[in-house]
Design a protein around this ligand. Sequence first.
Ligand code: AMP
Length: 556
Amino acid sequence: MTGFNEFAQVCRTIENIPGSLEMTGHVAQLLQDVTCDELPVVTHFIMGEVFPAWSSEDLGIGTSLLYAALSKTAGISIKEMELLVRDTGDIGMAATVALSNKTFSSFLCETPQLAILEVFERFKNISKVSGKGSQATKIKNLQYLFNSSSPEQAGYIARLAIEDLRIGVGEGIVRDAISKAFEVPVPDVERAFMLTNDMGLVAVTARRGGSGEVTKLGLELKRPIKMMLAQVTPTIESAISEMETVAIEWKFDGARVQIHKDGDNITLFSRRLENVTRSLPDIVSAVKEHVSADSAILDGEAFAVDESGRPRAFQEILKRFRRKYDVETTARKIPLTLRLFDLVYLNGEDLIDKPLTDRRAALLGCVENAGTVKVDEQVLTGDIEEVNRIYNEALEAGHEGIMIKNPNSPYSPGKRGKNWLKKKPVMETLDLVVIGAEWGYGRRANYMGSYTLACHDPDTGRFLPLGKVGTGINDEQLAELTATFSNLIVIESGMGIELKPEVVFEIAFEEIQKSTNYESGFALRFPRLVNIRDDKSPDEADTIQRIEYIYSMQRK
Ligand code: AMP
């Protein structure tokens, strides 16, 4: 049985290492040292997650709940706790300081012996509670953990509770560490992760059966895989010149849905891999009725249309995806249409390595185009005129534009590569993460009125600010956003608030300028909120590389 103190020690060591090679060595050693039962938990913990990305288990610990648990344990007020976070700039450090200053000692023994699995069990308890009294139960479980650990360990528990370990270990380092610890080639680990979406499972399989077993891991029904993503193409011409023959489809204005069919059992996942089956009963019955495969994993877009057949606003569709009660009524008010465009698994066989044309043929073979379900129409062509014609048709119908796909390409889960390109009109909007806010003035004094926006730096995993947005937000949205963000406050200082990066805004703007005011080196001119992208996670936000690219294109 491994103690949480051993995990904390490795975290502390890694935190002080700048190079990823050395970090990989320490992670590999940790993975070797723990037992088989502990291995999946430790693999997730070291990446700052408690459950695998595909799991619908959710801790539901906001910063205010965490501050409440810490202040109770430390015997200080919530205000004092908030001040500590502000002074240290980090919830983990603040927890350590608060608990070191504790005047009474309720530690179970001198060297706390909290086991790693015990921490996981407590987190699991926390994820299971809901409804009335759940906040109190969550606080009690957290208090137990803080009381049973040293101040330093409590710091790492606090960071884990909000799934932000801040030691710089991401998927890449863990992939290399599994490879090193259990002598499995990196590409095998990488591929197994792509198919399972679960580094813990890959680690255990690698330890038990080496490369032989790791390469047997495959897709599994009800375990969602990351969605294949698209890159922006500046022009239709450049896309065609790269691929010659392209597969053109409309880019529907809706929300992504991954469908797992296991006989009559249908499970639906959103773009963020949340299980949305219960919210979308109309899609469930449409799939049951019109998809003939025994088992399948299908990819598509769900959208809503008005009386004239034009797509309804994206926010309307999100209302459907978010709905937890009164689902049938909302389904009647906003019925959804489904366009299927890919098939990654059929009757026990993984299709992800097959070319798009083959996957599509299989898709056409198992879907009856009827009612609200259809396979997205596709045209194979190398003719720019024809592509332009389809593009204009899609826009006239009120959809977003077109997808330009490489007909020979495999399905690459989670990859935003050149095999799927998207073409939308005029200036693209940017999807940016909200990392801060400011309290408003006058009429808006009780609302967070201005939001700091940041792009993603995939190399470091950090979010780099590039502007603030306050316009384009109506009063209703302002109230809703303030409620959402109140739970994500990390530090408050005067009128300024640092927020946990969790919400993605779609932002329109006039121009990108160079700027020394923001860490990204860029600033947005006239940013305006277009949509709240609840369907996107922060690491799906636009990258600093894309900002640099748009900036260079503007200058041309
Ligand atoms: P974006 O959200 O701008 O990154 O664009 C990619 C998204 O377009 C995908 O995630 C899908 O939700 C959506 N989409 C709409 N139609 C298609 C299509 N025919 N093929 C692939 N994705 C599509």
